[in-house]
Design a protein around this ligand. Sequence first.
Ligand code: PHE
Ligand code: FE
Length: 285
Amino acid sequence: MTETISPPPGSRPDWTIDQDWARYSDAEHRTWTRLYERQSALLPGRACDAFLRGLDALDLHQGGIPQFARLNEQLGKLTGWSVVAVPGLVPDEVFFDHLAHRRFPAGRFIRDPHQLDYLEEPDIFHDVFGHVPMLTDPVFANYMQAYGEGGLRALGLDQLHNLARLYWYTVEFGLLATPAGPRLYGAGIVSSSAETVFALEDPSPNRLGFDLLRIMRTPYRIDDFQQTYFVVSSLDDLLEATLRDFAAIYQCLRGSSDIAIESVLGSDRVFTSGTQAYARSRVAQ
Ligand code: PHE
Ligand code: FE
């Protein structure tokens, strides 16, 4: 079990804070608008329809940084989700508990204009632009709630390291198969201009069919573009694959080793067998 850490001063017991929208500076609003314009120009034809539909439905464009109160009226009507402000990363059990109750914890701060592309901690652009459009999709909305419930369970079973990989390779870096080719739904990709292009168009990374057990055995990168992306055949299939009881899967995983991050296995459904040239060039630096 993880130890319980208490929230920082000024936060509520569930770690939420007020968004305090009036305190954003004009420069901060301009940062949002720049990022919004850049990504919304890049994403048609690259992001999946569910994401683009959500982006349209939410109106994240008027007046700079969105006001959570207004956003939540729109989002609540669509799927019953809401966004709550938090001071930064929160403990796992707090995060999962919010998700299990259809609340998405979002950072309140926005990145510095000198660091538009590099982020150590998720900011409001990643959290809101990246994550919230998909929460307007009823199936994905259910998946995220189920993930929160599953996270609480995994914590109790001491299996979070395996389950966290599922979050990473779906919610953050997932691709969705369409007749026109893979499209993006992962928040870590759609909130990054460079990875938006890399994930779909670069010959370096592998693009492999979604496979629950395989994903839970695959480590991931937190410091650079992914070496492998996983492609789900539909959001319904993603939800269905995760509705089963993971206790048996965790049992199975206890006896199996990790799969090297760049490997393509004989059992993989291969969309792209990557050259890994990009990853190699970074090691050589
Ligand atoms: N079905 C999983 C379990 O039994 C929970 C879960 C659902 C996990 C959806 C992730 C995503 O623990
Ligand atoms: Fe995220």
